[in-house]
Design a binder for this molecule. Structure first.
Ligand code: ATP
Length: 371
């Protein structure tokens, strides 16, 4: 949509050189970022990468070993927990099972001593927002998993917090419901404009719901970017591997320009984008190429518009409904096994194990990193 340009959004959350050590374990290392008001940020990373630790420090549950976190310009640690205007939804929803949906949503308002006469109206408004209008009198244990999730969202938002924190709230749901709730989180967040930080290890979820993604590994932030940029222009091999299905072709740099890297693997010269400032001629490198950026054709087939062509043999093909995943062995590239997606329903299952095929791709789709 149209968004005014320039520095319109004030900073809602500012994380400044934050670290957390548990003894020898550096759970979070030198994390710094600013999050403008109204944005939806996802912290994405594998298990143990420090996501929850970072979120807990933002919530003010834990104090960083070093650094400081500011919410709306105020250090978090200066504000006692019950005065923080933060809504939270975790995987364990911690709803009161014997209370009704409405009583659960009313709870934070009572805790914060809102005027009792205004409470029913607010509760109704937030139950409507999560599409549970008319369910207020149901007990929690009479609601489905997805409906309970919606109650938890309404409860986290009803007191109009400055910040909404989500720690894998969808992890326990089945896939269809999880995907539905991802879109719901996005819709509700956009409708209210509440600044949101979400933690997940699910890359699809991160791409779907977020305005911005932070990718973490080993306690360190690897990249902060819009989903489309994290996907198209990963800043290192970890990010390229974590988001999407990526082939890595390993070799040695022979030539560098400001934008392109030429490297040699098994005597074959390959060209890609020089995506890493540390590249230098002679160094080992790795060219990252996503499975969907490779085209497949019969042996000798015409893929003329593509810059790089190699021949290979189908080892396996897996039908996944909306696409076929091929595994192709490429003798010219030292027998490397490449994964290729074919999304074209016309050519689905055109090739089977043992078939000789030709693969092609463009140099701009390969990102070359130092190994
Ligand atoms: P997951 O996706 O599995 O929840 P995560 O990315 O949220 O993982 P954290 O829970 O932040 O990771 O943990 C980061 C590292 O810090 C891990 O190595 C973990 O074992 C360690 N850690 C976390 N909390 C503590 C603690 N209270 N005491 C000691 N070590 C901890």
């Amino acid at each position: 949509g149209l968004r005014p340009t320039g520095s319109v959004n004030p900073i809602a959350v500012s994380v400044k050189d934050v670290g957390m050590a548990f003894g020898d374990v550096h759970a979070v290392r030198n994390a710094s970022f600013d999050l403008p008001k109204g944005r939806f940020l996802t912290i994405l990373g594998p298990s143990g990468s420090g996501k929850t630790t970072l979120l807990r420090m933002i919530a003010g549950f834990d104090r960083p070993t070093h650094g400081e976190i500011f919410i709306n310009g105020r250090p978090v640690s200066a504000v006692p927990p019950h005065k923080r205007a933060i809504g939270m939804v975790f995987q364990k929803l911690a709803l009161f099972p014997h209370m009704t949906a409405a009583e659960n949503v009313a709870f934070p308002l009572k805790m914060r001593r809102h005027d009792a006469r205004t409470i029913p109206q607010k509760v109704e408004r937030y139950l409507d927002l999560v599409r549970l209008g008319g369910y207020g009198d149901r007990r929690i244990n009479e609601l489905s998993g997805g409906q309970q999730q919606r109650v938890a969202i309404a409860r986290a938002l009803v007191f109009e917090p400055d910040l909404l924190l989500l720690d894998e709230p969808l992890a326990a749901l089945d896939r269809k419901l999880r995907e539905e709730m991802q879109l719901e989180f996005r819709r509700i967040q956009k409708e209210l404009g509440v600044t949101t930080i979400n933690v997940t290890h699910d890359q699809r979820e991160a791409l779907v719901v977020s305005d911005e993604i932070i990718i973490m590994n080993g306690g360190a932030i690897q990249q902060k970017a819009r989903p489309v940029d994290a996907y198209r222009a990963p800043s290192n091999a970890f990010v390229a591997n974590f988001i999407g299905v990526t082939n890595f072709l390993e070799g040695r740099i022979v030539e560098l320009t400001s934008t392109q890297a030429v490297f040699e693997t098994n005597g074959v010269r390959l060209v890609g984008i020089a995506a890493d400032a540390a590249l230098a001629p002679g160094l080992s490198c790795s060219g990252a190429l996503r499975a969907e950026q490779i085209r497949i054709a019969p042996m000798g087939g015409r893929l003329d518009e593509l810059e790089t062509l190699v021949d290979g043999q189908v080892v396996d093909c897996i039908f996944e409904g909306d696409r076929v995943v091929y595994e192709i062995r490429v003798p010219d590239l030292a027998g490397v096994l490449m994964r290729v997606f074919d999304h074209d329903p016309e050519s689905h299952l055109q090739f089977g194990p043992g078939d000789e095929v030709r693969l092609g791709w463009n140099a701009r789709d390969m990102h070359v990193f130092q190994k």
